[in-house]
Design a protein around this ligand. Structure first.
Ligand SMILES: Nc1ncnc2c1ncn2[C@@H]1O[C@H](COP(=O)(O)OP(=O)(O)O)[C@@H](O)[C@H]1O
Ligand SMILES: [Mg+2]
Length: 222
């Protein structure tokens, strides 16, 4: 089972929106997908209540022991991808999510304050020796701030592609209990999320072949 964690202590950066978007894009390829919600705010469970389709499974967790139990039982059920959505804090639960992730995604809006706010998360990820990528999120339709932000993030680590633009489809999809790829299949937002998911999947597959057969033991050490 691949584990993907959306992390950054900055609120409003787009963690929950991307968690839903990515999970549903992965479902669209016929995979078994779950979301673990490690955020008391409950954005994902509220979305799930509005959703008619039974997938993805959503499991809420409140502490590190629960996250462990959830991941073990999801893997035993045959889930192929678990996306963990975390709260806007570097608490123990977020740290556990990072430690258990095959890949951490750090959504960052293109502003100096948002980039600065991502640094403590980056430090935590490096300390736990996990793989990560920034996702430039909620980018405006035009302007040089986006390329400046991309340059800064590239200098700090890997930047996922493509950028995720600021588009109403993301908000409307969340409100309708849908993933953006279900809500407006032909839209630009949908296209970006599908492409981002392909980028992420490539990294997950590369990572698992890099680390096999030791990956499990490395994870068990955290
Ligand atoms: N790409 C996007 N385009 C437009 N609005 C977005 C986008 N991503 C997130 N939002 C909106 O920004 C707000 C914060 O997003 P959210 O995913 O809840 O962030 P976080 O989980 O990091 O706190 C929400 O109102 C959400 O609808
Ligand atoms: Mg959230």
């Amino acid at each position: 089972m691949y584990v993907l964690a959306l992390v950054t202590q900055k609120g409003g950066s787009g963690k929950s929106t991307l968690a839903v978007g990515i999970a549903v894009a992965a479902l669209g390829n016929g995979e078994r997908v779950a979301i673990v919600e490690a955020d008391p705010q409950g954005t994902i469970s509220k979305w799930k209540e509005r959703r008619r389709h039974p997938d993805p499974r959503v499991v809420r967790v409140a502490d590190s022991a629960e996250i462990e139990r959830a991941l073990v039982s999801l893997e035993a059920e045959g889930i192929w991808l678990t996306v963990i959505d975390t709260a806007a804090t570097n608490n123990a639960l977020a740290m556990r999510a990072i430690a258990r992730a095959d890949l951490c995604l750090i959504p960052v809006r293109p502003s100096p304050a948002d980039i600065e706010a991502a640094i403590p998360t980056l430090i935590a990820i490096r300390r736990l020796n996990r793989r990560f990528a920034f996702v430039l999120a909620q980018t405006p339709p035009r302007g040089c701030r986006v390329s400046e932000a991309a340059t800064s993030l590239n200098s700090l680590g890997v930047l996922a592609l493509p950028y995720v633009g600021q588009r109403n489809d993301h908000q409307d999809a969340l409100g309708a209990g849908l993933g953006v790829t279900e809500f407006a299949q032909e839209g630009r937002a949908s296209e970006e999320v599908r492409e981002l998911w392909r980028w992420i999947l490539k990294k997950l597959v590369e990572g698992s072949s890099d680390h096999e057969p030791h990956a499990r033991n490395e994870k068990a050490a955290y």
